[in-house]
Design a protein around this ligand. Sequence first.
Ligand SMILES: Nc1ncnc2c1ncn2[C@@H]1O[C@H](COP(=O)(O)OP(=O)(O)OP(=O)(O)O)[C@@H](O)[C@H]1O
Length: 563
Amino acid sequence: MMYLKEIVKKNKVWIGIYIVVGIVLAFLTNLSANYYQQLIDHFTAGTLTFRFIIIYGSVLLLICIGNYLDEYPGRKLENGIYLDLKVQALKKVSCIDYQTYQSLGTGELLQKIESGSGAGKRILFDFYFEMARKLLPSIGFSMLFIWRLNTSIAYAVLAGYILVFVITNILLRSLYHLKEKILNNEEQMTHFLTRGFMEMVTFRLHRKFKAEIAHANHAKTQIVDSKIKMSLIHEAFFTLFALLVTLIKIGIILYAWFTKSLTIGAVIALITLVDHAYTPIAIFNVLFVQYKLDQSAFKRYTHFLDAKEDKQLQIGEPLQSLQGAFNICQIDFAYSKQMIFKNLSLAIQAGEKIAFVGGSGSGKSTLVKLLIGLLKPTCGEIQIDGQALGKICLEDYYKQILYIPQESPIFDGTLRENLIFDKQIADEEIVAVLKHVCLEEWFTKLSHGLETKLGERGITLSGGERQRLALARIWFQDSKVIILDEATSAMDNLTEEHVMKAVLEVAAPCTVITIAHRLNAIKDFDRILAFHMGTVVGEGHFNELLADNDYFKELYHVGSLEE
Ligand SMILES: Nc1ncnc2c1ncn2[C@@H]1O[C@H](COP(=O)(O)OP(=O)(O)OP(=O)(O)O)[C@@H](O)[C@H]1O
């Protein structure tokens, strides 16, 4: 509820207006029923006046105007709340803890956000606001007018309310179970859709789509069956409810007929008022059932909003001007139970060009993620320019470093966005940089130039083009530390050599940390660290390691054979 309270606080003025307008409208609607009774009675008694018709007409006119004016705050709040909840999800992603983020599935999460935002909007807008502005005032005002006309009928209407509540609560029990089933299956459905879309090539070549469609069909059947059952239960309630209202109306007519205590106007007004008193109850019941069911969808969404955050992104010691010296002091790190580093220590000088090499799974990418603060050591400390990395404000740190990840270095956006993000840089300057990364010719073929859309994960580019584009960012960012995780692995040898030369030139004053599998690419690096199962098993310049280190020699020869 904390998240909904925040939204209420943000929109308090409009919510206030919306509720007040609703209450006034509920009063006027019931008042009009009352005037209608008097109008009929005056009419039959021959005492109707022009003044009375004007007053009655004015009330009806005010209702029309009020209903129209009500639309503005109504639509503003309805759409605003739903979209605010979606924005909250993006805000959450911006500060979520990296390991928690890794444990989330895209498809299921998207469905959770979609269902949760809709549920949150309905909880506030369709339930709480409707209750405050329409249902409670309507019930209150109609009961008041019924009471004034006849107290016995008012008691009968109240007894009906109690009966309706009892039935609703019985129905809710079976509906909960169905709703949970629908939500689970809807999340599964989006999961199958998202993964089918993202893994199209793998699934097609492994002929997995048949099984995938069968899974999706199973989820579909479950959703459809559960939704039919839910509708049937809802409809059964409505039928019972319509019967109850009909019985009360017949009861009023019989009562008036036997007792002769009511005028024609009063009978008509009572029948209208019973509708005014019971329609909100019928609506309330639908909304209450929906509210209870929405709570389960909203809880699944708030579970994501409550996920662990990386507090260090905003809070921490300020980091002034970065020099780029790292000191890794006796760190331990494990992924759940898999120990990756035990008591690892090493130092990197400011301005040093250092490469991490080693077999697959030896921990190179994990170390890099520890150095950029995405992962946190379970023990020990990483220092940057003598300051504990675990205590500094990461936003300050990220302003001064550049990291090019192994997976998907290009995001869904234009070429310009992918190169300079939100900076303002002249086109000529951007195009000039493309020459350094051997993309000049490729660029001239683009029909939309810098505004060319690159597709999800840069799907319209070759692997080597993606990597060269990502490396071009080095020219646009004033970084003191550049970290590259296999940033040239998809390039041919010639292009790799040319691009790396240009990168090392522009990054001459910076600390450069790179992970490389192709060892020829790091011949000119100041120092190479060879990793094996989370420990450093070799350290030195390329030629030294090739001469003295068996593990490095093996990596080199196997790599050369592969090439
Ligand atoms: N998010 C994760 N959760 C659990 N285990 C992980 C996770 N990421 C990596 N690992 C495991 O940690 C170990 C080290 O992985 P890491 O990616 O650091 O290796 P690497 O040396 O960079 O390998 P490669 O050269 O193949 O990229 C591997 O055994 C890997 O399976």
